[in-house]
Structures are given as structure tokens and as C-alpha cells.
Design a binder for this molecule. Structure first.
Ligand code: HDE
Length: 697
């Protein structure tokens, strides 16, 4: 086991064939392979004298340490990558020649990196933020990177504004804070001066921006791309990833607490799911459309601030993504993976979306800075898994070097002359007709900034609408400048008067500011249920986590019954106890704990069961963390089961008999545990929110 751990950490560095000491222990060496005699003390003159420059082991060790860091990504710095595969469940060969879609059952290996956008590498997972959802497909004809987000639109329409929107959201340059949050003047100043961001603002202020974990969020390619078939015919396509476990988010108050309790909440969740044998899955859906649809659609399909509602172009499910392997080394893979939107394979093409066109420059450029040279494709996570042959050579850290004298083309070395271009197999750029004056303009067809923002808002349930209003109020209340707050409310009036009024009230504005004149008058669009998380509720507790609060003497039957019922449902039950050593159950059996109670607050769980002994309940009722455990679960609209005798704890946690609702379930019958887990399938009891939040609508 120990040897495996060592090998895993040292692939190709002597882990397999090391120099060995007489007992068989691997001998530590320098990077030059020289055996090391002393790794505790530098070479000195005498016992207390100066250190000597001659100590090459010391110098090499410190030199290497000094250079361990590479620049973090300028955006999406905090991420978590895992391996898996994509499997086609439908052939798309009629519309694309792209290798992963040719036949049912074809599997393409992938590497996926999830991320937040604004925070630095060491920030917390539950920032209110967009999540990156970047997928590298190692196809048989090269790497295809679908570098998407969990929100299908973007803040800006033209790549030239990207540095501005990112500068505005990141830490303010004079003070270096706030970190990983948009709740500050700079961001809202830029946004309120950028009407095209309004649709995205609705998404980012919705619960989509505080996902329960990566496993419960959608992914989107955002831009319109092209599929191109063997005959050279192009079909427009938009890509959608749909989590098989359903969509789920946390509440803001919960997110704030999770960040303190477990800043790695999302990455730990994915790690645990994969290593616990429950690899998450997504479906890949495509929206396919032609020029005629693009012409007739109310908006420009090249405008990345717009979606195409699935009521207009249905989503066709064509494959599944399974993430089933964590990395061996975080730095080597997650940190060094280099996604580039320009990485497309035959059968996939770009559209003229100006954001996509700009990205095609930025990603390659940024990898050079981050990874230090042009040979980042030699790093295993970036290397294609299909054969490669070209005449690019040399550069920093060249690892894969051709042999032989020919390094140019054309050449007259015949069959020894190396690779040749191949019009028949080579990547075909789609020969779209393009003409026009050279101009720096924004197309008139991009001018509607409010209609889809309104459509998104009216598609939400009342609970979700309230959360959007609350989020806007919270964020704007962190802006020091009143004019910025007011300018945002003036935009909101073009989206929804009710929302504008609620936010104005939340901010304490004396008068509702006039609506800002829109560049183009919004049109009324019908609501789309697909845009709501709650309307697409999961109705299953599969993949979720139950927190089980126990004490010594807890009813063994009940505890075991709950754990079994959770497991049958495909959920995980985690034991939380006063001591990490666990508890002795009523039958004398030992139950180990996963968390000591102050390390396992209920915000880490999707539902909780409070199963102390009656005496244990009396003691927990005096304990602040135990009371928080229960009162937070209640305030976060979670399902709560309680054992007979646990009432004193519930009461001290602020849940009086009159507060009991169908989400607070007494474990009093033989099937109670099973019934409770079934009820948990709703995940939240939303009507309760009105009782715990004074502003509730
Ligand atoms: Fe990115 N983006 N981006 N972006 N982006 C980067 O590339 C950029 C945009 C996205 O896990 C950077 O390797 C520009 C939209 C993801 O490694 C950089 C523009 C979408 C990731 C960059 C955009 C994304 C990045 C920084 C406006 C969703 C993380 C480090 C034109 C469709 C990839 C890096 C990973 C990363 C530039 C807009 C998604 C600087 C210029 C829209 C998921 O190249």
C-alpha cells in the first residue's frame, strides 16, 4: 500500500525501478539521480558554522521548491478536473463527421474541469458565480475542447469587453479584495453600464450560481457552433449537458455557511462520489437548426447573450458523459490541462459569434503564459490520444522530438520525408460566404437586451423569483454608491416591475428610478419551464447525502434502518456524533462517526435525521452546534426526521410544535425510515421558506 502510494506520486521518477537500500526501501536521490545521505541538515562548516554553497542537494531542493507555482488562470483559477468518457447513444453521422458521434456505443475518453470564474485558486467553492464546465474529448482525429459554462449565456457580446468585465468582478486593484464575489461597486458599475449583460445577470442572480455541487448542474456550449457532415453540409448546433441526478442548488444563507464549514465542498463531493463508486453522469443534448431557422428566429443566433428556448428547437439527446476517475496528480492534470476553444476536429466548426472568435485567440495565448512554452501539448493531459505527425519542433521543454533529418515540407525525401497534408482526411473549414465593409460595429440584430431576461424571470417559480430579488438586493446593498444601485433598479424595470419594486424596497430606495430607455423595445416571450430548477425537481434522493445526528444509546434499529433506506435509494448516510470516535447504540453495537458535530453542520447535508437517545437529546438541547444543526436544516427548508424523545432538541432549536410541517417527520412506525427517505426526494420543502424569512412573498 505504502509502496503504491509512493509509485503513484512518482510516475517515471524511479517509482518503478528505484535504487534500493538493503531493506528494500527506495533510496532518495537528487533530480540527477545521486543518492542522498542526509535530508535533514544542510552542509555546514563545523556544527554551528555557515552553510556551504557546495551543498548541491540543498540548492536543488530549494531551487525546485521556489519554482513550484505557475501563474494561476486569469479566470477560472479555482477548478477541479476528472477523467471519464463520452458515449454516443445516437448516431449523428448524417449531420457531422465528428468522430465521437459516428456510431452508437462509441466511447471517447474525456477530461473535464469544473471551475468558478472570479475567485483565485485558493478561494472557496460556493461563491455566487458562474461555473466552468470544460470538456476535452480525446477523439481519434484529435482533441476537441468544448469549453462551456453552467449558464447558457454570457455577460458580453464582443470579446473585446472581456478584460473589462473580468477586471470589474475580480478584486479591486488598489486593495486586493473582495475575493470571489461580485457584490461590490466595480462589478455592478460595469454591469449597470452594460445593458447586454441583463439576461446573464438574471441567471447569475438565480440559484444556478450556487449549485449544490458539480454533479447537479447543467453545462452549455453557449455559442452557436457548426456540425459539418461528410458532404460538407453545415448544420448549426448548440450543446447542452444535463445531469442525470437532476438540478439542485443551495440557498444563499447555506452557501455562506458551507464556505466556512468546507471551502472544498464541491470538489470533495465529486471526489467522494467517484471514489465511492457513484460516478456522475450527464446527457449530451444538441439543438440543431439551419439557416432558415436562424433567419426567422427573433434574435441573432450569433449573439451569446441569447438562448434558443427548447420549446422552439427541442433538445435531442445524443450521448452520455460519465466521470469515473479522479486524477493521480492535481498539478499535472487539473492545473496543467490547457483547454482551447480553437481545438475542433473534422465535423465541428465555428460560427461568427464575436465572443467565440475572440476566445479562439485567447485560450492558446494564455496557455503559453501559464505553461511556459509552446510544448504544452507534450504534457500527458493535453496530448492527443491519436497519432500525431508534424514539423513543429524545439522550444522549452520539448519532450517528444522527431528523429531524422527532414523537418520541412515540401521535401524530396519520398517515403522518408515525413507526414503530408491530406485534403481528403484533413480538417475542412466550412466555406461560408463572407463579405462586407471592415468596421468596428455592434450588429443591430444584437440590440434587444431585456426580452430574454424577462422570459427567464417569468419562467421561474415564486420561490426562485424571490431568490433572484434577494440576491440582487444583497449584492447591490454591498455597493457603496447609491447611483449604481439606482441604475441597476432602473434596468430591472425593463425586465419585471415586480422585481424592480422588490429590489428597490429591499434597498430602501425612496422613489423607484425611471426605467432606462432600452436600445430596442423588449418583446413579450412566453415562459419556458425548462429554465426553472424547481419545476424540474428530481423526485429522488439518489446521489444526495443524509446527515444522521446520533448520541450514545441511539435506537440501533432506527439508525440502521435509516442508513439502509438511504443506501437503497442510492444516497449516502453520514454519521455526526458528539465525538469522532462514534457512539454506542442501544444494542451495544459501535457506530463510528464521520464527523464530530461542530465539523459536520447540517449545511453539508441534503436532509437530516436527528436520532439521539432521549438522554442524549436532553444534552444536545444545551449545545449550540447541535441546535444550529437542527435550526439551520429547518431554515434551509430541508427534510428532518426525528426519533421519539428528540423533541426537546427540536424545541430548543426553535422548532415549536406549531412549526412542524410535512417536512419534519417523526420516526414512529415500522416503515418510517423508508417513508422519510422517499419524502426527501423533494429535496426541499419550499413552502416553509415563507415561515423562516420575513421578506418571503
Ligand atoms: Fe473563457 N477563458 N473566455 N469563457 N473560459 C479562460 O483560458 C476568455 C468565456 C471558460 O478549466 C482562459 O485556460 C475570453 C465564455 C472556461 O481550464 C482565458 C472570453 C465561456 C474556462 C479565457 C471568454 C468561457 C475558461 C483563462 C470572451 C463559456 C476554464 C485560463 C471572449 C462558454 C477552462 C484558460 C479550464 C478559461 C478567455 C468567455 C468558459 C483567459 C477572452 C463565453 C470553462 O483564455
Amino acid at each position: 500500500m505504502a509502496d503504491d502510494a509512493y509509485k503513484n506520486r512518482n510516475p517515471g521518477r524511479g517509482g518503478e525501478t528505484h535504487q534500493v537500500a538493503s531493506g528494500g526501501t527506495p533510496v532518495m536521490t537528487t533530480e540527477q539521480g545521486i543518492p542522498v545521505a542526509d535530508d535533514q541538515n544542510t552542509l555546514k562548516v563545523g556544527e554551528r558554522g555557515p552553510s556551504l554553497l557546495e551543498d548541491f542537494h540543498f540548492r536543488e531542493k530549494i531551487f525546485h521548491f521556489d519554482h513550484e507555482r505557475i501563474p494561476e488562470r486569469v479566470v477560472h483559477a479555482r477548478g477541479f478536473g476528472v477523467h471519464g468518457f463520452f458515449e454516443a447513444t445516437e448516431s449523428l453521422s448524417e449531420v457531422t463527421r465528428a468522430d465521437p458521434f459516428q456510431e452508437v456505443g462509441r466511447r471517447t475518453p474525456v477530461f473535464v474541469r469544473f471551475s468558478t470564474v472570479a475567485g483565485n485558486k485558493g478561494s472557496f467553492d460556493l461563491a455566487r458565480d458562474v461555473r466552468g464546465f470544460a470538456v476535452k474529448f480525446y477523439t481519434q482525429e484529435g482533441n476537441w475542447d468544448l469549453v462551456g459554462n453552467n449558464i447558457p449565456v454570457f455577460f458580453i457580446q464582443d470579446a473585446i469587453k472581456f478584460p473589462d468585465v473580468i477586471h470589474s468582478v475580480k478584486q479591486q486593484p488598489d486593495r486586493g479584495f473582495p475575493q470571489a464575489q461580485s457584490a461590490h461597486d466595480n462589478f455592478w458599475d460595469f454591469i449597470s453600464l452594460t445593458p447586454e449583460s441583463m439576461h446573464m445577470v438574471m441567471w447569475v442572480m438565480s440559484d444556478r450560481a450556487i449549485p449544490r455541487s458539480f454533479r447537479f448542474m447543467e453545462g452549455f456550449g453557449v455559442h452557436t457552433f457548426r456540425f459539418i457532415n461528410l458532404a460538407g453540409v453545415s448544420t448549426f448546433v448548440k450543446f447542452h449537458w444535463r445531469p442525470k441526478l437532476g438540478l439542485q442548488s443551495v440557498m444563499w444563507n447555506e452557501a455562506v455557511k458551507i464556505n466556512g464549514a468546507d471551502p472544498d465542498f464541491h470538489r470533495r463531493d465529486l471526489w467522494d462520489a467517484i471514489n465511492g463508486g457513484s460516478p456522475p453522469e450527464w446527457e449530451l443534448g444538441v439543438q440543431l437548426f439551419d439557416d432558415a431557422f436562424a433567419e426567422a428566429f427573433e434574435f441573432d443566433v450569433l449573439d451569446p447573450t441569447k438562448i434558443i428556448p427548447e420549446e422552439q428547437i427541442p433538445i435531442r439527446i445524443v450521448g452520455r458523459l460519465v466521470l469515473d476517475r479522479t486524477v493521480d496528480n492535481f498539478f499535472a492534470e487539473t492545473e496543467q490541462v490547457a483547454f482551447c476553444t480553437q481545438n475542433v476536429v473534422p465535423g465541428i466548426g465555428f460560427s461568427n459569434d464575436p465572443l467565440l472568435q475572440g476566445r479562439n485567440f485567447s485560450y492558446l495565448d494564455t496557455q503559453l503564459k501559464r505553461l511556459g512554452g509552446p510544448n504544452f501539448t507534450h504534457i500527458p493531459v493535453n496530448a492527443p490520444r491519436c497519432p500525431m505527425a508534424h514539423f513543429q519542433q524545439d522550444g522549452h521543454m520539448a519532450m517528444k522530438n522527431p528523429v531524422g533529418r527532414v523537418n520541412y515540407e515540401p521535401n524530396s525525401w519520398g517515403e522518408h520525408g515525413g507526414p503530408r497534408e491530406c485534403p481528403e482526411r484533413g480538417y475542412p473549414h466550412f466555406p461560408s460566404q463572407e463579405a462586407g465593409e471592415k468596421r468596428q460595429v455592434r450588429s443591430e440584430s444584437f440590440a434587444d437586451h431585456y426580452s430574454q431576461a424577462r422570459q427567464f424571470f417569468i419562467s421561474q417559480t415564486a420561490v426562485e423569483q424571490k431568490h433572484i430579488g434577494d440576491a440582487l438586493t444583497f449584492e447591490l446593498s454591498k455597493c457603496e454608491r447609491a447611483d449604481i444601485r439606482e441604475r441597476m433598479v432602473a434596468h430591472l424595470r425593463n425586465i419585471d416591475e415586480g422585481l424592480a419594486t422588490a429590489v428597490a424596497k429591499g434597498l430602501g430606495l425612496a422613489v423607484l428610478p425611471d426605467a432606462l430607455p432600452p436600445a430596442r423595445a423588449p418583446i413579450d416571450l412566453p415562459p419556458s419551464d425548462a429554465l426553472s430548477i424547481v419545476k424540474r425537481g428530481p423526485n429522488s434522493f439518489k446521489g444526495r447525502k443524509l446527515g444522521l445526528l446520533v448520541t450514545d444509546g441511539a435506537d440501533a434499529g432506527l439508525v440502521r434502518g435509516l442508513i439502509a433506506a438511504a443506501e437503497v435509494e442510492g444516497a449516502v448516510a453520514e454519521v455526526v456524533a458528539p465525538h469522532i470516535a462514534g457512539v454506542t447504540l442501544s444494542n451495544g453495537g459501535l457506530l463510528p462517526a464521520k464527523q464530530k458535530i461542530d465539523g459536520g453542520p447540517s449545511v453539508l447535508y441534503d436532509a437530516v435525521a436527528v436520532v439521539p437517545s432521549p438522554e442524549g437529546a436532553q444534552r444536545l438541547a444545551m449545545d449550540k452546534t447541535a441546535k444550529d444543526f437542527v435550526s439551520d436544516a429547518y431554515a434551509h427548508c430541508k427534510f428532518i426526521a426525528y426519533a421519539p424523545g428528540a423533541e426537546p432538541l427540536l424545541e430548543r432549536a426553535g422548532i415549536a410544535a406549531t412549526d412542524l410541517d410535512e417536512g419534519v417527520i417523526a420516526l414512529d412506525g415500522p416503515d418510517a425510515a423508508k417513508a422519510f427517505i422517499e419524502a426527501c426526494g423533494q429535496v426541499r420543502l419550499w413552502p416553509r421558506e415563507a415561515k423562516v424569512d420575513l421578506d418571503a412573498v
